[in-house]
Design a protein around this ligand. Structure first.
Ligand SMILES: [Zn+2]
Length: 262
């Protein structure tokens, strides 16, 4: 039994700072590879009780509109439904938590999210404002988790069961709070040697980024160590850009990045 959960951010022609994206042709190639290797698409909710056999689930953090444009058509053609994690306070808006450079991203609006839900996609939460949850007070932590769940449920009229921790940052306190807020599963950006999980609030995912032209390296245990390192570097970069935004907006300006602050 093997279910793999892949984690994407943007599918765009780019460029986007930091490599946290894949180009549409690359994404289409990944779908063909999964098919060729005999992986079958699982229903999004099967993450909680994987069926036997080799299956996969695709997840997309931040719910950028380029997923709607560049990933959805190829997936629908193959009968693949994904899980998308919108930041509830940013539907239809530009992100404010990250430094952007290159092709600007826009988040899906309610209508786009509703049409994904109608196609059988699972809409999860990526909190209200995309903070590092491990750094919040207990009250603020609960607000991020419960308000986003409620807002998304109101907008799409579906139950929101899953949460993806922003920047992949979580700890026991965050997991407990997510469970208390009513989530059934929490998605990390952590890659484990085995993708089997024991704690549903800590579901491991393989992050797929620009250097992964082929998924071969991801699937080969021989390359797992090198691959974990690449993922960690890019994931760290996404945390790093958040740090630039909060601590050093002037550095962002010098580097020619567009830095937006509330
Ligand atoms: Zn995110």
């Amino acid at each position: 039994m093997r279910l793999i959960v892949l984690h994407y951010h943007r599918v765009t022609h780019g460029p986007v700072m930091g490599g946290g994206w894949v180009v549409p042709a690359q994404f289409a190639f990944h779908l063909r590879q999964l098919e060729k290797w005999g992986f079958v698409p699982a229903e999004p909710r099967e993450v909680l009780a994987p069926a036997s056999g080799r299956s996969f689930v695709l997840t997309f953090d931040d719910a950028y509109t380029d997923i709607y444009r560049n990933a959805l058509p190829g997936m629908t053609k193959r009968g693949i439904k994904g899980i998308v994690f919108p930041v509830a306070g940013f539907m239809g808006k530009k992100p404010l938590w990250d430094v952007t450079w290159g092709t600007p991203g826009i988040h899906m609006d309610e209508g786009e999210l509703r049409s994904l839900a109608a196609l059988g996609w699972e809409i999860g939460s990526h909190t209200m404002t995309h903070p590092d949850l491990t750094r919040l007070s207990p009250e603020k932590l609960m607000t991020e988790l419960t308000d986003s769940k409620k807002l998304l449920e109101d907008k799409i009229s579906e139950r929101v069961r899953f949460v993806a921790y922003p920047f992949g940052r979580f700890n026991q306190r965050v997991k407990d709070a997510a469970r208390e807020a009513g989530y059934e599963a929490g998605f990390t950006m952590r890659r484990k040697k085995s993708l089997a999980w024991t704690d549903p609030m800590e579901i491991p995912r393989m992050s797929v980024y620009l250097p992964d032209y082929s998924l071969f390296r991801k699937m080969e245990p021989m390359y797992a160590r090198a691959d974990c390192l690449i993922e960690r570097l890019i994931n760290m970069n996404s945390g790093g850009t958040a740090w630039v935004r909060h601590a050093m907006p002037w550095l962002g300006k010098i580097l020619g990045m567009r830095v937006e602050l509330e």
